[in-house]
Every structure is written in structure tokens, then in C-alpha cells.
Design a protein around this ligand. Structure first.
Ligand code: GDG
Length: 469
């Protein structure tokens, strides 16, 4: 069944199962970073997408939605627990985000990871046409490039890593460190968010596998006495700017932004945080700094509100359950200490919202707080900038995000430095409209010129160049 010239492989299919109007189940395209990034290209290239439908033990035949052929991969409940919640989200995720939470190493999880990666690779290998292209995404599927190459040496293989790659001293903890490097090196091009990630990866390749590395090119042994070239470099991902520009210009969305401000009591400054509820996002640090500014009287509850959207995430992984408790305790303490009948310090929302509402929130916010302790890119920062057509608003941005490499005119922070974070928040509060405009214009130019189409084109160009070298 070799059909598609271009096959995307990602952990999740870009769809959610929902209940239709008459109670029947149907599929709807789901929002989210990767989906938003690839959807436009998938439609124009008539590609296929291999992924898990998001429910255990679901056996589904391939189907089409919105012009994209979807090829579902079945995972058992045990595989979801071991490959996805276990190895992907409780081993690789914390290790690659600088061990902010302790990674768990379990041999059964690794075995499940290998088995499931092989299944994804088999699905991709049988879907891709002769000399076609397979583009693998992210840390759940690091072995897929190697497995696809073993099955289909004719195809061009790309891999993009959405999260950070750790420094060698940390990476070396991984009991399966050499196997993972060999898995990734099955690709012709291995893309990272930041130059630093690519450097760390190349260091690991040199030190662990002793392959020859020249600049961004690795000589990977392919047959006795022969090598092929794999290239590892940075391709900073971005957003599909069109829907953000369109929504931000819509009168009803602007009216909704005004209504949000009104319902918060029209404070002089609205701060906004939008994150999956994840320990990498620095939500606690942000709340701590903000709470201290209120306690010290540098900010007053009548004048300011922090809206914190923390969308539910990985609720079956222990570290996330603890994090939620910690954040909710901190929020209710600050609110309890400072709220008045008419004003609240933090409007905390453990909910997901439609994109219209997200854009209304971006428009309502004077200051966007992105304080991640480690983040591959952070698309929220770019979304906020895209919506600020009036060139007003301030982005406070952690230097530990991929976005910090590009968004130089943001107010940069080290979120571990609470005093520095407090000063940055005050700098944002006090920034003149003229200075806001100067910075925001430059930020917008950067984001609008380097959108997701520019990102995918540059990755695919690099892929075409390397293959056959
Ligand atoms: C990974 C890497 C990298 C969030 N809540 C709602 C909602 N969102 C949307 C945001 C944004 C996306 O989800 C989150 O993207 P991020 O980049 O911030 O973070 P991760 O989910 O951790 O993504 C990350 C990314 O991959 C892409 O390579 O940048 O570093 O960790 O688009 O707007 N969207 C809606 N409702 C919500 O409640 N509609």
C-alpha cells in the first residue's frame, strides 16, 4: 500500500474524537503546536500522516479528514502507560529539559518504546511511495528514522526535534544513549530548535559513537568502509500567522477582549500566562515573583490582574499531579492574602479554550509572561506578538526558551532569579508606549517574516540538498 510521496510521522494524529450532535462519535482536527505547524503543508502536498489516534486499544482503518490521509497506529493500554506516559513523558521529557524533574529509568518502558517505534516505522515504510519523503517528529519517535531506513533505504528521511537536546553531562545519564543516537542518525537531516541543541547532539555523537563530525555534517557508517552524511542543525519553528492575524482583526474578537478587561474590573495592567500545566513552563516562579510584588506593595491588587491559563496536561503522570497541587496552593494563598471583593490578584483557569478566546486573551493582555525554565521554542510568545497589530504590549521572555534566540527585543529574564523576574515585570509595567512600539515592531517583523511556512520550506530544502550527497 505505497501511496503517499510525503509522509509525516508524529505521536498523535492531528485529530480528536468528539461526540457529534446526534450522540455519534466523529473526528475533528485538533489544535496545537505541531498540528498548526504542519497542517497547511500537508494539505498542499497531499501527504499522509501516521500517528496514534489518542485512545488505547482503538483499531482504526486509514481515513481522510480535511484533505489529509490519516494512518492510525494502535497502542494497547499498557503501551500507552509504558511508551507514552512512561518513557516519553517521564524519562525523555524531564531528562531533555535539564532534569527539572527527576527522570525515571525503567527497562520495561524502554522495551515498549522500541516496540512502538518499530510499529510507527513499519506504518510509515508501507505508506511512502518509492523515493518518497518521510518526516518524523519529536522525542517519542527517536528510533523511527533508523527503523524506516532499514525497511526503506530508497526514501529521504527527516527528523525534527521539538524539545531541547540536553548537554552531554546530562544526556550521558540515559542508559540507552547510544541506541537513541543511532536511531536519530537514521535521518538525512536532524532538525533542532536552537543552534545549541544541535551542538549538544553533535557532541554526544562524537563522544559516544566516535563518528566523524565536520561542521553540521556527520559521517554515518552505512556499509563496510562506506559512510553517508547526516546533517544536524537548527531550524527554529514558528507559527501559522494567518489565523492569528485574522482573528486579531475581527471586531467580535476585539469586543471579547474589551469584555474580558471589563469583567476583570478594568485593571490598569493585565498580565497573561498561557501554558500547558507543565513543570518546564516556570508557572510557579512567575506566580511567586508576582505574589511578592503584591506583598511588597510594588503592585496593588486594584491595579493589576494576572490571568493564568494552565491547560490540563499529562494528568496521569505523578509529577504533573504534584505540580498542579503546588500551583493551586500558591494561587489560592496569594488570592486569599490580597483579593478584595471587587478585584482578584490571579484569575487561574485550569481549562482549555478555543483559539478565538486565546486571541481575545492575547489582545486583552498588556504584558505576556513566558517564564519557562526550559522550552524547545515556546509558540505562545510568537502567537502573542502576531496578534499585537497596534504594536502595544510587552513580552517578558525567559532566556531558556528557543524563542529567546530570535525575539531579542523582549524583556529577557532568568526565571530562577526571582528578584530579576520581579524587576523585569516592573520594567514591563512601566514601559512607555513609545518603547513598547519600538520593541513590538521589531518583534512582529521577525515573527511575520519567519512563519511556519518559512520553517518547513527551509527544513525540506535542507533535506533535498543532503539526500544523495
Ligand atoms: C512543544 C515544545 C515547542 C495551549 N493552551 C491552549 C492552547 N494552547 C496552544 C498554544 C500553543 C501550543 O498550545 C503550545 O505550544 P508551546 O510551544 O508553547 O508548547 P508545547 O505544547 O510544550 O510544545 C515547545 C512546540 O512543541 C513546537 O515545536 O515550541 O517548546 O515543548 O500554540 O496556543 N490552544 C488553545 N486552547 C488552549 O487552552 N486553543
Amino acid at each position: 500500500m505505497a501511496v503517499a510521496d510525503f509522509v509525516v510521522v508524529a505521536n498523535r494524529l492531528p485529530v480528536d474524537r468528539i461526540e457529534g450532535p446526534d450522540g455519534e462519535e466523529e473526528w475533528r482536527t485538533s489544535p496545537g503546536g505541531l498540528v498548526a505547524a504542519l497542517e497547511p503543508m500537508m494539505r498542499s502536498a497531499h501527504g499522509a500522516w501516521v500517528g496514534w489516534p489518542g485512545q488505547a486499544d482503538l483499531e482504526l482503518a486509514p481515513f481522510e479528514i480535511g484533505g489529509i490521509d490519516l494512518i492510525p497506529v494502535t497502542l494497547s493500554a499498557q503501551e500507552v502507560a509504558e511508551y507514552y506516559e512512561g518513557f516519553s513523558n517521564d524519562t525523555i521529557w524531564p531528562l531533555y529539559h535539564d532534569v527539572i524533574a527527576p527522570p525515571q529509568y525503567h527497562r520495561e518502558w524502554w522495551d515498549a518504546y522500541v516496540t512502538v517505534n518499530r510499529r510507527f516505522a513499519e506504518a510509515a515504510a508501507s505508506a511512502v511511495s518509492e523515493n518518497g519523503t518521510v518526516w518524523v517528529h519529536d522525542y517519542q519517535l527517536q528510533l523511527v528514522p533508523q527503523f524506516v531506513r532499514e525497511l526503506r533505504p530508497d526514501v529521504t528521511i527527516g527528523y525534527f526535534h521539538h524539545i531541547p537536546f540536553p548537554a552531554h553531562g546530562l544526556y550521558a545519564q540515559l542508559p540507552w544513549r547510544d541506541q537513541v543516537l543511532r536511531g536519530l542518525l537514521g535521518a538525512d537531516v536532524i532538525g533542532f530548535q536552537r543552534a545549541q541543541d544541535a551542538t549538544y547532539f553533535l557532541t554526544a555523537v562524537r563522544r559516544r559513537l566516535r563518528y566523524e563530525v565536520k561542521g553540521s555534517a556527520v559521517a554515518v557508517p552505512s556499509a563496510p568502509g562506506e559512510t553517508r552524511t547526516a546533517v544536524a542543525k537548527a531550524f527554529p519553528i514558528s507559527i501559522d500567522t494567518t489565523p492569528y492575524l485574522e482573528l486579531a482583526a475581527r471586531p467580535d474578537v476585539q469586543a471579547r477582549a474589551a469584555e474580558i478587561r471589563e469583567s476583570l474590573g478594568n485593571p490598569a495592567r493585565i498580565f497573561l500566562g498561557v501554558d500547558r500545566l507543565d513543570y518546564t513552563k516556570g508557572i510557579r516562579h512567575r506566580i511567586k515573583a508576582y505574589g511578592e510584588l503584591l506583598a511588597e506593595g510594588r503592585l496593588h491588587v486594584e491595579d493589576v490582574t494576572l490571568v493564568q491559563v494552565a491547560s490540563p496536561s499529562r494528568e496521569r503522570v505523578d509529577a504533573y499531579v504534584h505540580l498542579r497541587d503546588e500551583i493551586e496552593l500558591a494561587v489560592s494563598r496569594i488570592n486569599g492574602d490580597t483579593d478584595t471583593m471587587g478585584h482578584t490578584a490571579i484569575r487561574y483557569l485550569h481549562q482549555g479554550y478555543p483559539r478565538e478566546e486565546m486571541v481575545a486573551l492575547y489582545l486583552a493582555a498588556d504584558v505576556m509572561l513566558v517564564t519557562a525554565l526550559r522550552d524547545g521554542m515556546n509558540l505562545v510568545a510568537k502567537e502573542y506578538i502576531a496578534t499585537r497589530a497596534d504594536n502595544r504590549g510587552v513580552l517578558v521572555l525567559s532566556e531558556f526558551t528557543g524563542a529567546a534566540d530570535e525575539l531579542r527585543q523582549a524583556v529577557r529574564v532568568n526565571p530562577h532569579d526571582i528578584e530579576g523576574l520581579k524587576d523585569a515585570i516592573m520594567q514591563a509595567v512601566e514601559m512607555t508606549p513609545r518603547e513598547q512600539g519600538r520593541r513590538m515592531r521589531a518583534l512582529r517583523r521577525r515573527v511575520l517574516e519567519n512563519d511556519v511556512n518559512a520553517w518547513s520550506s527551509s527544513f525540506l530544502r535542507a533535506l533535498a540538498e543532503v539526500h544523495g550527497r
